[in-house]
Design a protein around this ligand. Structure first.
Ligand SMILES: O=C(O)CCC(=O)C(=O)O
Ligand SMILES: [Fe+2]
Length: 215
């Protein structure tokens, strides 16, 4: 509906969560249809898959990548790979709509020269979660993480620099963007179990895009 679109595209003030961690509410809403179309094109070329972690367990979240490098996990560990281990081909390029969004979100959070070379696409169906972890497989820790939420709601946990201790619970809705970097780059974070819901554009799932400078 026209009124919904107008409402959704209103710029909303950024919310500071930590010194260098920001929530940009609805930042991606004005371009959501283009993003979703481009994400589906990527997924058609590099299928979503549930990866194993070193202990041998399978993650509940299904993943794929676009960019020069993609984050992969198997029984031997986590790493960035220039090729999709399932096909041996390069990952699809980061579509312009995704790249531009990531760069402008980083800028809005005070990170002026973010040039991501990796975009991890995470798909959460009902019941999926992501346990508390640090993003530390990247070589360049001066670059921030830009994390875009599409589809159904989730609760993001932003913790400290150890696994224990207080955690901020951040409810995330369609179009919300989180950016964290600088002194907050290595904060533990995760996503609580996603509850069943439906989103008019994306359906019964949550899609998260995580942009990084990996190399
Ligand atoms: O799905 C999210 O919001 C977070 C994803 C995440 O932390 C990751 O992919 O490393
Ligand atoms: Fe993460």
């Amino acid at each position: 509906m026209l009124t919904d679109d107008l409402f959704a595209s209103q710029p909303q003030p950024a919310i500071q969560l930590q010194a260098q961690a920001w929530l940009l509410p609805a930042f991606a809403c004005s371009v959501d249809q283009q993003l979703w179309a481009d994400i589906q094109t990527v997924i058609a070329q590099a299928a979503l898959r549930q990866m194993q972690i070193p202990g041998g367990k399978t993650m509940s979240v299904a993943m794929t990548n676009c960019g020069d490098y993609g984050w992969v996990s198997d029984r031997s560990g986590y790493r960035y790979s220039a090729t999709d281990p399932q096909t041996g081909s390069s990952w699809p390029a980061i579509p312009e709509s995704l790249f531009d969004l990531a760069v402008s979100a980083a800028k809005a959070a005070g990170f002026d020269s973010f040039l991501p070379d990796a975009c991890l696409i995470n798909r959460y169906l009902t019941g999926c979660k992501m346990s508390l972890h640090q993003d530390k497989d990247e070589q360049d820790m001066t670059a921030p993480i830009v994390s875009v939420s599409l589809g159904i709601d989730a609760v993001f946990q932003l913790g400290g620099f150890t696994r224990t201790g207080p955690k901020l619970k951040v409810p995330l809705a369609h179009g919300d963007v989180l950016v964290w970097g600088g002194e907050d780059r290595l904060r533990y974070h995760g996503v609580l179990t996603v509850k069943q819901a439906q989103h008019p554009l994306v359906g019964g799932q949550r899609i998260n895009l995580t942009f990084r400078k990996s190399n």
